[in-house]
Design a binder for this molecule. Structure first.
Ligand code: CUA
Length: 329
């Protein structure tokens, strides 16, 4: 099939990340829109400055010397031109700086937010905690669900090293620092799934520290939150029941929580509703049976250096644990 110019352009822009996925130039919320507008103004003005400067340079290099260049009047005219160019440069820089500062102030958290979510960065995954009401905490690893059209306050901190929370379609980078709570906010103006990424180098698997913001209409968000508040489903098949027994009698409980069972550790991600999530290992793999089994059997071959050790389960036990985890919707 002949490759058209339009097809080639589409392929190149997609490969360059210009298809709008995880792009600050495809804003879906007020903060990202302000940042995108600022970016375009800087780009256009910088381009004009560059074009004018290069044109003047080429003109000066091509111009031949004339006898009139030695006239005092020519020198005075030249001084006026240079002075004017200097003044335009200063006004442009001050204008851009002022616009940038004013724009940055608009990114501060709003006084009232519909919801507050705690964000904890770990090597190399995200824990999103919904703490309202007290006593009904929900941990949603790597998936931040938000209602559409309302500001959501984020209270962010790191559990180990510095990470940076970045969802380009919605919000600029915000560092997560151990021991310091950072306040920021996020708002999505249209439903969708927006990919985010840790934006501060945080160790071997920094590149595999993705997250997804899932923006939904209010009623669907409320449904999701109430499902997440529920304890883990009781397994109904013999295989799933065996899987739960293997899980609870093995090393899994040292790190993970499954609410409603005896597993209650907060070292690794909460698995109470692991079956409802779209990906495994912070966006590294789609959450399907084969990948889940592979991850449990030997996560180190998939994401070397992550803090989950190999489990050494027999094939039968591995199959049963996978069957059990998949029922945790
Ligand atoms: Cu966390 Cu990079």
């Amino acid at each position: 099939m002949p490759l058209t110019w339009a097809g080639l352009l589409a392929a190149v822009t997609t490969a360059a990340g210009c298809d709008g996925t995880q792009s600050p130039l495809n804003p879906a919320g007020p903060q990202a829109r302000d940042i995108a507008t600022l970016t375009w103004w800087f780009f256009v003005i910088s381009f004009v400055v560059y074009a004018v400067t290069m044109s003047a340079l080429v003109w000066a290099m091509a111009r031949r010397r004339r006898p009139s260049d030695d006239d005092p009047e020519t020198s005075r005219r030249l001084a006026r031109v240079i002075g004017s160019a200097l003044a335009v440069t200063v006004v442009t820089l001050v204008g851009l700086s002022t616009y940038s500062v004013v724009n940055g102030r608009r990114l501060t958290p709003p006084a009232h937010a519909a919801l507050t979510v705690d964000v904890v960065g770990h090597q190399w995954w995200w824990d999103f905690q919904y703490r309202d009401p007290p006593g009904a905490w929900v941990h949603a690893p790597n998936e931040l669900h938000v209602p559409v059209g309302v500001p959501v306050r984020l209270r962010a901190v790191s559990a180990d090293v510095i990470h940076s929370f970045w969802v380009p379609n919605l919000i600029g980078k915000r560092d997560l620092v151990p021991g310091i709570i950072t306040h920021t906010w996020i708002q999505a103006d249209r439903p969708g799934v927006y990919r985010g990424q840790c934006a501060e180098f945080c160790g071997d698997q920094h590149a595999h520290m993705a997250l997804y913001v899932i923006a939904e209409p209010r009623d669907r968000f409320t449904d999701w939150l109430s499902r997440q508040r529920a304890s883990a489903a009781e397994p109904v098949t013999a295989t799933a029941r065996h899987g739960r027994d293997v899980f609870l009698s093995g090393p899994c409980v040292v790190c993970h929580t499954i609410r409603g069972t005896g597993a209650g550790s907060r070292v690794g991600p909460d698995l109470t509703h692991v079956g409802s999530r779209a990906t495994l290992a912070a966006g590294t793999l789609p959450n399907v049976t084969g990948h889940l089994a592979g991850w449990i059997a030997d996560s180190q071959s998939i994401k070397p250096g992550n803090h989950m050790p190999p489990t050494r389960l027999s094939p039968g036990d591995l199959h049963a644990v996978v069957a059990y985890l998949e029922t945790l919707q």
